[in-house]
Design a binder for this molecule. Structure first.
Ligand SMILES: C[S@@+](CC[C@H](N)C(=O)[O-])C[C@H]1O[C@@H](n2cnc3c(N)ncnc32)[C@H](O)[C@@H]1O
Length: 317
């Protein structure tokens, strides 16, 4: 049985099908399985606002936990010596838990990272600046974006770099020249363009977006990725312990729940995730449940965690 940090990465302590049988035959859990029909005129949950409040409440960075297992799951994020610079886009970066191990792994990696909360981007900058990984000015570029309703900025794409914005009211990176974090960029044609990214990381982020907006987010990820490059995915899996603990009142969609702080959580089956990514044009390289048994140190309670691990590629043509 995996415990503590070790429990966080690739593991198969139990078969997902066994858990499925257990859950689907338990009458007390039946409400998680039934189709969901939204009450008439129900407003969509305002998840980005809830996330901004969440980050305001947790601005000390106490919630920060570097995802040390990330490179074990996704070794391609640490390119071998001699590889050229790789651009990574971390979507929904929070306080930088995923950004930090990526920056730590290789000096030649540059990370662009977006989130809907200006406050958490500040926290991420602080956490990373104090993490003892050397100068990060040219390697870490946070920017503000509500990605469930807005496309990625033009400067991340090659074809559109001429249209990139010149003003930056947020104080975060808004131009194609990574030296420029203040916003007054000068346009110099394609040389100032990032030209798409080599990797996208979607780590515990897609589950925070309303289900109906997921196709938009994935389509945007597809368009900003260079041909042949990878999207690396990890998120909550169907019948994870945290899903089964939600009471019926917090159910806001099929496999979709609203936490008491207003943030959303969706739980992915492999089939649904496969459909979402293949519909956007991706090719599936890896997709599986990661099932981990761990023990709560304080209560001694056993926990059955289910995550989904995926790697998807944008085809060359
Ligand atoms: C659970 S955190 C994951 C953070 C990070 N990827 C990690 O590995 O720890 C999800 C993040 O997505 C951000 N987020 C949620 N919905 C968003 C949206 N619509 N637009 C931009 N950011 C969003 C939240 O602010 C939060 O920081």
């Amino acid at each position: 049985m995996a415990e503590g940090r070790e429990a966080e990465y690739h593991s198969n302590d139990f078969r997902w099908e066994e858990l499925r049988e257990e859950v689907e035959s338990d009458p007390s859990l039946r409400y998680h399985l039934s189709p969901f029909s939204a009450p008439p005129n129900s407003a969509p949950p305002p998840s980005p606002d809830a996330w901004r409040s969440f980050h305001r409440r947790h601005s000390t960075g106490k919630f920060f936990k570097e995802r040390r297992y990330l490179l074990k799951e996704f070794p391609e994020l640490a390119p071998s010596d001699g590889d050229s610079v790789a651009n990574v886009l971390e979507v929904g970066c929070g306080n930088g838990s995923t950004v930090l191990p990526i920056l730590r792994a290789k000096q030649s990696v540059v990370v662009y990272a977006c989130d809907c909360s200006a406050e958490v981007l500040e926290t991420a900058k602080e956490m990373i600046a104090t993490a003892n990984i050397g100068p990060i000015k040219h390697r870490f570029h946070p920017f503000l974006l509500e990605f469930s309703v807005n496309p990625f900025p033009n400067w991340l794409f090659c074809a559109n770099c001429q249209k990139m914005p010149l003003a930056n009211p947020t104080g975060f990176f808004s131009g194609a020249n990574p030296d420029n974090m203040s916003g007054s960029t000068s346009l110099k044609g394609s040389q100032c363009c990032i030209g798409g990214v080599d990797f996208i990381t979607l780590i515990f982020t897609l589950s925070a977006v309303p289900f109906r907006k997921m196709p938009f987010v994935i389509k945007e990820c597809f368009s900003v990725l260079r041909p042949g490059c990878l999207l690396l995915f990890r998120d909550y899996g169907l019948y994870d312990m945290t899903m089964l603990r939600f009471p019926v009142e917090q159910r806001v969609g099929f496999r979709e729940y609203l936490r008491s702080d207003g943030t959303l959580s969706y739980f992915f089956s492999l089939d649904i995730l496969r459909d979402l990514f293949l519909c956007a044009g991706f090719v599936e390289l890896e997709l599986d449940y990661c099932c981990v048994r761990s023990v709560n140190r304080r209560s001694g309670k056993k926990m059955q965690r289910v995550w989904v691990h995926g790697k998807f590629q944008k085809p060359m043509t």
